[in-house]
Write a protein that binds this ligand. Structure first.
Ligand SMILES: CC(C)(COP(=O)(O)OP(=O)(O)OC[C@H]1O[C@@H](n2cnc3c(N)ncnc32)[C@H](O)[C@@H]1OP(=O)(O)O)[C@@H](O)C(=O)NCCC(=O)NCCS
Ligand SMILES: [Zn+2]
Length: 242
């Protein structure tokens, strides 16, 4: 019989792409619905209701109302009371005049809206959220994609092309620079339900992942580090009109 070295317990190694145990990104998604306009109007401020009347296309007005209302309902669910005009905080320049809503309480927020789906994500770390329809027509734009990516995109599936766009937009929302420096943001060219490395134009590393949803959308989160993602279901709150 040959002697076998007993198996040594493996040192606890945590790869950089394992989710942080204590960091949770909470994500609320909602389909804008004309039937819920009363709830939207009840939950937004009069200033927001006034701005909504100036949005001409009904579908655009509806998604705007739904997303503004969602931010306020999420804040209420977190026990926060927002003023009439929600403060902003730009992650890129720190100005309070633009950027995503600022809820205080050490929370970072990201908002995304498409006509068929709006979303709000909240985390104790910076976060970027983007939503695209799976069948969206992505412009192969030099402002967004690098030469190398433009060479690869024709071979990518239409869905992966939308993913690449969405990942850039999510990283852009994480940094606050939006699509301004998108062509320098490096993202994986295939969407994955695992966190993958991305690099922002500012040189800051980040991670991106695609969140599985039941509707035909690409929902993308970007964060400085992997985190656990919790898809919130709050249809009950909605039904009760709160
Ligand atoms: C950020 C950006 C990609 C969003 O594109 P979009 O088509 O409006 O995206 P969506 O409709 O999905 O999301 C809109 C939400 O994005 C958020 N947002 C706007 N600017 C943002 C920024 N700089 N960073 C992060 N989130 C931002 C807002 O919450 C907004 O919703 P709200 O105004 O109701 O709160 C685009 O507006 C952009 O590239 N802006 C330029 C950013 C820039 O110049 N940054 C430098 C500032 S110093
Ligand atoms: Zn700014």
């Amino acid at each position: 019989m040959t002697w076998e070295e007993p198996a040594r317990p493996r040192a606890h190694t945590r790869s950089r792409l394992d989710p942080g145990e204590d960091t949770v990104i909470r994500l609320w998604l909602e389909t804008p619905d004309l039937a819920n306009v009363d709830t939207y109007l009840k939950t937004i401020s009069s200033e927001e209701a006034g701005r909504a009347t100036r949005i001409r296309a009904e579908a655009d007005r509806l998604k705007w109302l739904a997303s503004r209302s969602l931010v306020r309902r999420v804040a209420a669910q977190l026990g926060l009371v927002l003023p009439d005009e929600v403060p902003r905080l730009c992650p890129a320049c720190g100005l309070r005049t633009h950027g995503p809503p600022y809820l205080g309480a050490g929370l970072h927020v990201s908002v995304a809206r498409r006509r068929s789906l709006v979303g709000v994500s909240v985390c104790t770390q910076p976060v970027g959220l983007d939503i695209e329809a799976i069948g969206a027509a992505i412009p192969f734009s030099r402002a967004v994609f690098s030469e190398q990516e433009l060479g690869q995109l024709p071979d990518a599936s239409p869905e992966n092309a939308v993913w690449a766009w969405s990942a850039k937009e999510a990283v852009g929302k994480l940094t606050g620079f939006g699509l301004r420096e998108a062509r320098m943001i490096r993202v994986p060219l295939r969407g994955s339900e695992q966190w993958s490395e991305a690099v922002a134009a500012t040189g800051a590393p980040g991670v991106v992942r695609r969140v599985t949803v039941s509707s035909p959308h690409i929902v993308t989160l970007a964060a400085p580090e992997p985190a656990n993602v919790r898809l919130e279901d709050w249809s009950t709150d909605f039904a009760s009109g709160s």
